[in-house]
Design a protein around this ligand. Structure first.
Ligand SMILES: Nc1ncnc2c1ncn2[C@@H]1O[C@H](COP(=O)(O)OP(=O)(O)O)[C@@H](O)[C@H]1O
Ligand SMILES: [Mg+2]
Length: 540
C-alpha cells in the first residue's frame, strides 16, 4: 500500500478458510469420570518414592491454615503416622471454603485412611478436568469434587463413615484448590513476580525491585505438592520424569515449575502475576517510562498500522507496551492474537484470541506458535498480534506483515533494536529456512516498520529507550533510523536513574505517508517537534 511491502509473494495470501473441522482445535476433553476410573488404580505397593508421587505422598492432612511460617512440628508429610485431625477447624485459605467447624473429637486417621485418600486422589486427578474446575468458584468446585469423590468411593467399594468421608473431602479440596504459603503473596496486587527457590527461599518483585520474603514452605514436598496442584489445573504433571512445566493460575498468572532433580535445592516456581488493570500509556508517562511526546508517537504508530516489533529483556514491559499499543487500533479491525498464555487485553470488539498448547503427557498434541500464526493467515485477519516471538514463527509473522496485514505486532526478547534484527535473522535460521542472508534481510526490511525498545534499568524502573525505524537494506546491511531515544544522564542521590527522552530531529519518519493516510501527520509532526525542543529546553 505504501510501497514498502515489496517482498511478499502471492503464496502467502490468506487462503480461503478451510473447513471448520480443520481449523478448530480439538475441543477440551469433557470431564468424564466414570470411564477413566479404572486406569489410575494401580496396586499401591508399586508406588515409587515420594518425589515421583508427590501428590499422593503429600495426601496427608495439611493444616489448612498453616502458611508455612511455622513448620508443623515433628509432622513430616509422609503420611505414615496417624494423627488427630485438628486442622479441620483451622481457618483455611481461599479459595477453599472453610467447612463448619467439627464438633466433638475428630476420628483418628489410620494408615488405611491415607492409602484410601491416595487412591481416591489419583483417581480424582485422572477423572476430573482440573482446568474446568479452576474456572469455577470455590463453592461449585467443592461440590464438583464432592460429587466425583462420592462416585469414586461408590465405584471402588470403599467403606467409610460419613464423617470420614467429610474429612477426606476437605483434605482433598485443600490439596486441589489452595496454594498454601503462596496465598498471601498471590492476594497482593502490588507484586509483579513471585520466585520460589526451594521451600526456604521466596523472593518477590515489588516496584521493580526484587526482595526476599519471610514466606516458607513446610518442606520440599509441600512445595512440590503445591506445584503439582498448580500445573494439575491445566492438566499437566510435574515430577521426576517430567520436571519442567509451564502452567497458568486461574487468574491468568503465568507459572513455570522446574522440579528436582533438575532444580538442585528443591522445586523452583516462578509466577508472573497477572495484572487485571493493565498499565496504559498515560500511566507509563506518569511513571516516566516515556515522555508525553513519545507516547503520542507510539499512539500514532499503533493507529496507522505500522508493523511493529517490541524488543526488550525479561520483565522489561514488552507485553505491557504491546497491550498499550493495541488500544489505538481502530475498533472496526479484525484482530487475531496468538499467545503462549493469554495476557493481552484488547479493547476492540472484533478479536479472536488464540493460545498455544504444550504437548500432553505422552508428548503429543502440541500446538506451537508457528502453527497458530500460520493458521491465522487463513482466518482473514487484518492484524496479527503475536505475544512473544521466540522461534521460527517469526517467518510467518513477517510474511503476514508484508502480505497485507499491516499493523501486525509482536514482541522479541532482545536488548537493542540492532540485536532485535539479529535475533529475527537467527530465528528464521532456526526454522531451517536456507535463504541467502541478503534475502532474509530484505524480507525483514520489507516487513518491519518500527522497533520499540523497552528496558528495565538497574534501579528497577522501566523505560522505553528507542523508537527505531527499519528503513531498508544497503548492500547486505539493514539500515535503521532512531526517531526517539532515551538518554541516561546518571543517578540521583537515591540511586534512581535520571535521563530524558528526546526525538533525534527527524522530522519526516519513513511512516509519514501512512500517518498522512490516517490523518495523523500533524499530531506526529507536533510530537516529534516538541520532543526535540524539550532537549534544548533541558539544556542538554
Ligand atoms: N513502564 C512500566 N512501569 C512500571 N511497571 C511496569 C512497566 N511496564 C511493565 N511493568 C510491570 O512489569 C511487569 C512485567 O511486565 P511485562 O510487560 O509482562 O514484561 P515482559 O513482557 O517484557 O516480560 C508487570 O508486572 C508490569 O505491570
Ligand atoms: Mg511478556
Amino acid at each position: 500500500m505504501f510501497g514498502k511491502r515489496g517482498t511478499g509473494s502471492d503464496e502467502f495470501r490468506p487462503a480461503p478458510p478451510p473447513p471448520a473441522r480443520e481449523a478448530a482445535p480439538a475441543p477440551a476433553p469433557e470431564p468424564a469420570p466414570a470411564p477413566k476410573l479404572e486406569q489410575p488404580v494401580q496396586p499401591e505397593p508399586a508406588r515409587p518414592p515420594a518425589a515421583e508421587q508427590p501428590v499422593a505422598a503429600q495426601a496427608a492432612p495439611r493444616p489448612a491454615g498453616t502458611f508455612g511460617n511455622q513448620p508443623a512440628a515433628g509432622q513430616p508429610s509422609t503420611a505414615a503416622a496417624p494423627r488427630p485431625a485438628a486442622p479441620q477447624s483451622a481457618p483455611k485459605p481461599p479459595p477453599a471454603k472453610a467447612p463448619p467447624p467439627k464438633s466433638g473429637p475428630s476420628p483418628r486417621r489410620s494408615e488405611d485412611y491415607y492409602d484410601i485418600k491416595t487412591l481416591i486422589f489419583s483417581a480424582l486427578i485422572d477423572a476430573i478436568d482440573l482446568s474446568q474446575l479452576a474456572k469455577m468458584d470455590g463453592e461449585s468446585a467443592r461440590d464438583e469434587i464432592r460429587d466425583i469423590v462420592n462416585e469414586i468411593i461408590a465405584l471402588k467399594n470403599v467403606v467409610m463413615s460419613i464423617s470420614e468421608q467429610e474429612a477426606l473431602l476437605d483434605d482433598i479440596c485443600n490439596d486441589v484448590l489452595g496454594y498454601g504459603p503462596l496465598e498471601p503473596l498471590l492476594a497482593r496486587d502490588d507484586i509483579a513476580d513471585i520466585m520460589v527457590n526451594g521451600p526456604e527461599t521466596v523472593y518477590i518483585e515489588v516496584n521493580g525491585k526484587i526482595e526476599q520474603t519471610s514466606v516458607r514452605f513446610r518442606d520440599a514436598s509441600q512445595l512440590l505438592n503445591i506445584c503439582q496442584r498448580i500445573v494439575g489445573q491445566v492438566g499437566r504433571r510435574v515430577d521426576e520424569s517430567s520436571p519442567i512445566c509451564d502452567a497458568r493460575l486461574p487468574d491468568g498468572s503465568r507459572v513455570n515449575v522446574i522440579a528436582p532433580p533438575l532444580a538442585i535445592d528443591g522445586a523452583a516456581l516462578t509466577i508472573r502475576k497477572f495484572k487485571k488493570d493493565k498499565l496504559t500509556l498515560d500511566q507509563l508517562v506518569k511513571f516516566g517510562s516515556i515522555s508525553p511526546e513519545g507516547a503520542t508517537i507510539l499512539e500514532v504508530i499503533g493507529r496507522v498500522r505500522c508493523n511493529t516489533i517490541i524488543s526488550g529483556g525479561t520483565g522489561s514491559g514488552k507485553t505491557t507496551l504491546l497491550n498499550c499499543l493495541t488500544r489505538y487500533i481502530d475498533s472496526d479491525e479484525r484482530i487475531i492474537t496468538c499467545e503462549d498464555s493469554a495476557e493481552l487485553q484488547l479493547q476492540q470488539p472484533h478479536v479472536v484470541r488464540l493460545e498455544t498448547r504444550p504437548p500432553n503427557l505422552e508428548g503429543e498434541g502440541e500446538i506451537t506458535m508457528r502453527d497458530l500464526v500460520k493458521n491465522c493467515l487463513r482466518m482473514r485477519p487484518e492484524r496479527i498480534i503475536v505475544g512473544e516471538v521466540r522461534g521460527p514463527e517469526v517467518f510467518d509473522l513477517l510474511q503476514a506483515m508484508n502480505t497485507g496485514h499491516d499493523g501486525s505486532m509482536g514482541t522479541i526478547h532482545s536488548n537493542s533494536p540492532r540485536e532485535c534484527l539479529n535475533r529475527i535473522e537467527a530465528m528464521i535460521a532456526m526454522g531451517g529456512f536456507t535463504l541467502p542472508q541478503k534475502t532474509v534481510r530484505e524480507i525483514i526490511c520489507g516487513s518491519v516498520d518500527v522497533i520499540v525498545q523497552a528496558a528495565r534499568l538497574r534501579d528497577g524502573s522501566r523505560r522505553i529507550t528507542h523508537i527505531t525505524e527499519v528503513l531498508g537494506t544497503e548492500g547486505d546491511v539493514i539500515i535503521t533510523q532512531d526517531l526517539f531515544v532515551y538518554d541516561m544522564d546518571g543517578e540521583d542521590a537515591n540511586g534512581r536513574i535520571i535521563g530524558k527522552h528526546r526525538s533525534t530531529g527527524i522530522a519526516r519518519p519513513a511512516f509519514w505517508d501512512r500517518a498522512r493516510y490516517f490523518g495523523e501527520e500533524s499530531r506526529l509532526a507536533q510530537a516529534l517537534d516538541a520532543a526535540e525542543v524539550d532537549q534544548y529546553a533541558a539544556g542538554a
